[in-house]
Design a binder for this molecule. Structure first.
Ligand SMILES: *Cc1c(COP(=O)(O)O)cnc(C)c1O
Length: 321
């Protein structure tokens, strides 16, 4: 990053950003991509690019775009959100079909379907490819566009052994994060057709996300793609070890089948979740209290197999103490 060649990305002449955008578009099987500071911005720019105020977007009721982006879809794009029932983040074509109202001046104009793969609040659930195909077919028949919130797409791809482009072929636009699992300090990208990305660049500028000597952070993202993509399999393995270890502890409730990637959600039968999180914190183990009765642990590139065993030891001690 310190040695990155830079230019002025607002003018489009930062060579490191351009290399990253080309590389990302290639991996995702899209014509073009544009770099932005965060996944929230790539998602919100995508919503704005696909829609006009008064339009309607369809997404799971626990979607990051709806729940965790500060109400951006209504504030910045003026769209209404049609929230779909789902199973750990996944809905099917029939559910979408039933939610789409006929064309009528009374109704908001249906425009966009957003899918999150893996689903973060769905415990990291990976969308089955057939379900993706069904949802995408239903959307296309009704003239709706498809956007993928792929903040955790890399995990879905590595865990299922499916190349990214096999997943993204069902979409008109894709947002990916280089931070999160890939471990770069900053950055996300939004990919799609040349025309879509050209329009998205206007909204990136409008939202304040066009930066200058951006190659410094783009270099970190390129490094992450080269060296920290395939190793996501280690995180998934450590998550599996952690989940299985937890399932053997008295007083822990966990659904082992729900652990498909590196997100481990579990509950406690006899201790408040806040208490365990605080006491682990004192031992320099960081987990998230993710709602009433739920803890989220995320093995990542700073955690190895030995540390996973140590963490299990700490939890056992605290619960038994
Ligand atoms: C983290 C995340 C985002 C947004 O990422 P930021 O870079 O933190 O804004 C979007 N979608 C999902 C599913 C995420 O997990």
């Amino acid at each position: 990053m310190a040695e990155a060649e830079v230019g002025d990305d607002v003018q489009g002449d930062d060579p490191t950003v351009n290399a990253l955008e080309t590389r990302t578009a290639e991996i995702l099987g899209m014509e073009s991509a544009v770099f932005m500071p965060s996944g929230t911005m790539t998602n919100q720019v995508a919503v704005r690019t696909h829609t006009e105020p008064g339009d309607e977007i369809f997404l799971a009721d626990n979607a990051h775009i709806y729940l965790n982006e500060g109400g951006g879809a209504s504030a910045l794009s003026g769209v209404s959100c049609n929230l779909l029932p789902n199973e750990r983040g996944v809905f099917d074509g029939k559910t979408l079909e039933q939610a789409i109202r006929p064309s009528d001046v009374h109704f908001p104009q249906p425009k966009l379907v957003c899918v999150e793969n893996t689903s973060n609040l769905g415990f990291g659930r990976i969308w089955p490819l057939q379900t993706l195909a069904d949802v995408s077919e239903c959307a296309r028949e009704r003239g709706l566009r498809m956007h993928l919130d792929g903040a955790r797409l890399w995990n879905a791809s590595v865990a299922s052994g499916t190349p990214e482009a096999e997943i993204t072929k069902h979409f008109d636009s894709v947002s990916v994060c280089f931070s999160k699992g890939l471990g770069a300090p900053v950055g996300s990208a939004l990919a799609g057709s040349k025309e879509f990305v050209a329009r998205a660049r206007r909204f990136r500028k409008q939202f304040g996300g066009a930066m200058r000597q951006t190659g410094i952070i783009a270099a970190g993202a390129l490094y992450a793609l080269d060296f920290q993509h395939d190793r996501l399999a280690d995180d998934h393995k450590n998550a599996r070890t952690l989940a299985e270890g937890l399932s053997r502890l008295d007083g822990v409730s966990i659904n082992l089948e729900s652990v498909e990637t590196n997100l481990v959600y579990f509950g406690l039968e006899r201790m408040a979740t806040n208490e365990l999180v605080e006491r682990l914190n004192e031992r320099e183990v960081l987990m998230l209290s993710a709602g009433p009765g739920v803890i989220r642990a995320v093995p990542n590139l700073m955690v190895d197999a030995d540390m996973t065993q140590i963490v299990l030891g700490h939890i056992k001690e605290i619960l038994e103490g």
